[in-house]
Design a protein around this ligand. Structure first.
Ligand code: TRP
Length: 443
């Protein structure tokens, strides 16, 4: 038997950590820009479909695999299959985790710059009409590289604090604070002149706008936002105790994650329409819109500083979870020390992150399949590797996993209503894999 693994200490700690992984730039930065670029309501509808029909079963599947095996993705596949034939899934996941960590840290670096600029008052001095040019000149220079390096250094420092002390304690405090501040901004946005137009854009689906690329984008976003498909939730579940209820934790995580994304949409789109901005602005959208929102309120710098600071921290709880995939892999498979694994990961991400950061400026002409390095990393990982990973995990857990293990893990001490496990199994065996395959074929 393997040595007893460290475990999370409390139930709230489990939720705060899984939600901490799920909630991040994916909700507040990526969701609004993807929705904006893909027609608003049409995207939202597909996104919600994927979260509930595929997302919750796949998170549950990851939890089942991770907790039963007490190990990260590679160990979990080997434990449940009894052989090494599934190792390729883990290699793909680890590759995607590094790609995501690299571009994610760049955006987290942008939020650090904006926190800093709010505190110094610089952001408040920029006229609304100049925000676009201001942001463009920032991301096309070298400053994002330094911020990305600073962010990854902080990420490494937290990782070295270990599972309980570092990750759990921080998530417990910061996640609730983020919710409260989002609610304040929501109310503020709902009072804007074009609030109705913004909400209609987000919530009224135009069915003719549902194209294969909208559906693929929504599926990628659902996977990205829930942190599934890479074994990230699997790795966290390896730290769960036997009494942690799997389905309940999965559902709570999905609901809270979706809530944050929807709140971010409610904050952004009324403002986009009220200020006459472009909803298709892409990765820059949120950075150009949000400051204009904050500086309309009394005490603008304080709101702005607080929001961007919380966003840095929300990003940190997410990057820690991505990093765990790689670190658990190195520690479990190569038996190297956590400290050494953290250093290897951090250096690698800093190199790749620099390429992503510079792909908005100095090396913007280097493209991979017609996309800049930043966009290529995002697209390849979110729209391709995550859904494939999700498909493999659902097929594996649905068809291959020992029936008894699956049912007893899902039931977690028998507190699960009897109709839920069959629904999850049907989704894992048929619905999720078929939907994912169909979306791939269509696009
Ligand atoms: N879900 C996080 C967000 O929305 C990002 C994230 C963390 C992630 N861990 C992941 C995405 C693992 C994919 C896989 O910001």
């Amino acid at each position: 038997m393997m040595a007893r693994r460290v475990q999370f200490t409390t139930r709230i700690g489990v939720i705060a950590t899984t939600v901490g992984s799920a909630v991040g730039l994916g909700n507040i930065w990526r969701f609004p820009y993807e929705a904006g670029a893909h027609g608003g309501g049409a995207f939202m509808l597909c996104y919600l479909f994927f979260i509930f029909i595929i997302g919750i079963p796949v998170i549950s599947a990851e939890f089942v695999m991770g907790r039963a095996a007490h190990s990260g993705i590679m160990g979990a596949f080997r434990y449940h299959s009894g052989n090494h034939r599934w190792d390729w899934v883990s290699y793909a996941s680890i590759l995607a985790a590094i790609l995501i960590l690299s571009f994610y840290s760049v955006v987290a670096g942008w939020t650090m710059e904006y926190t800093f600029d709010s505190v110094t008052g610089h952001l408040g001095n920029v006229a609304d009409s100049a925000r676009h040019a201001e942001f463009d000149s920032f991301i096309s220079g070298w400053r994002p590289v330094w911020w990305m390096i600073a962010f990854l250094a902080i990420n490494a420092a937290v990782l070295l604090g270990g599972v309980q002390k570092g990750i759990e304690r921080m998530s417990n405090i910061l996640m609730p604070l983020l919710f409260v501040i989002l609610l304040v901004f929501c109310v503020n946005s709902l009072l804007m002149p074009a609030a109705g137009e913004g909400l209609a854009f987000l919530f009224k689906p135009d069915f003719s706008a549902i194209t294969p690329s909208v559906v693929l984008g929504a599926m990628g976003q659902a996977f990205f936002s829930l942190s599934i498909g890479l074994g990230c939730m699997m790795t966290y579940a390896s730290y769960f105790s036997d009494s942690t209820p799997i389905v309940k934790t999965a559902t709570t995580t999905a609901l809270l994650d979706t809530l944050v994304a929807v709140l971010a949409g409610i904050i952004i789109f009324p403002a986009v329409f009220s200020f006459g901005m472009q909803s298709e602005a892409g990765p820059k959208l949120v950075f150009e819109v949000l400051p204009s929102i904050f500086y309309r309120l009394p005490g603008g710098s304080v709101w702005s500083a607080m929001f961007f600071f919380l966003l840095v921290l929300a990003s940190l709880t997410s990057t820690i979870s991505m990093s765990e995939i790689f670190i658990a892999f190195l520690c479990d498979e190569f038996k190297i020390a956590r400290r050494k694994a953290t250093v290897i990961l951090t250096l690698l991400a800093m190199v790749l992150g620099s390429l992503c950061a510079l792909s908005f400026g100095p090396i913007s002409d280097i493209t991979i399949f017609g996309k800049t390095i930043f966009n290529a990393f995002d697209y390849a990982s979110s729209n391709i590797i995550l859904p494939i990973g999700g498909m493999v995990i659902s097929l594996f857990v649905g068809w291959r996993l020992d029936r008894h293990t699956l049912l007893s893990q899902l039931a977690s001490n028998g507190r699960l209503p009897s109709w839920i496990a069959p629904c999850i199994i049907i989704s894992l065996r048929y619905i999720a894999p078929i939907c994912i395959l169909a979306v791939f074929l269509a696009s």
